[in-house]
Design a protein around this ligand. Sequence first.
Ligand SMILES: [Zn+2]
Length: 299
Amino acid sequence: MEKDKNFCPICKCNFIDDQPIKLSVTNLYNCSHCGVVFAKPNFHNPNKDFFDSYQVDQWLKYYRMFRKKSHKQFVEKHKELFKNGISVLDIGCAAGWFLDEVKRKFSTAITVGMEPSPFMKDKINKSYLIYWFGAEQLGKVKGKFDMVTLWNVFEHFSDPHKIIRLVTTKIKRNGYLVLSVPNQKGLISRIAYFLARISGGILSMPLEELFQTDNAFGHLFHYDRQSLSKLLGKNDFKVLWCEGVDIVDVSNVRQRLKVTTNHGDEIKQQALATVVAQLTRIASVTDFQDEIVVATRKI
Ligand SMILES: [Zn+2]
């Protein structure tokens, strides 16, 4: 019974981690077998919305530029994944920025989104078919797609295997699944874990931020390339490639800090922005970026 308490939700092994990192609303356990870090207990509040914790206008102002830029780069760099007439389902599409970039490059693409937050209802291109619910209700989505994407949402799900199984039913044979998640082995992440561990939990603010514990739907998992590949492989997806991407827009970190209100005064914000931007630049040239994008094919 004691061992079941520390059952890894990803690789299903019984690992031993008797020193979890304690955060304000949960504890972080590390699986010594697959390497994933997961939050337990689940601190999600299903009665709230993801955007309740943010100043939505600031969130949109920052992320519209950042995500559109990175999605544009992705579509241009990996155009071999696309073709005219491609059908794309973007789960957790927010304001539809990935679909915009696909449509801009491939005008005949079929663009479909899923988004549970009503905050985004008047932000999305009205010509797209949008299902206004979350991934747990994927069974209600009609048809199958050439590509399913989850940009910066997969780390929020409490049962990743279940979501992947649902996603599988919506992808055509040989279709693609592309997802991006925070990278546990990124430079900023490594520093955050190091600070929390050596201080006995006193310096846990960076980890609180990385897990978005002030959000009703913060992160429940922190993957790396190994644990993510293991999860996808177990669900019959062949990993084509995995690449690091920046966690913030280095030219606009001040704007990112304005999305949440807990970063102190102007001087503190400026100092923090400088540190985060420099670390992100170092991570980029050393291949220790704090997000990863993985492209897989359904086999
Ligand atoms: Zn594991």
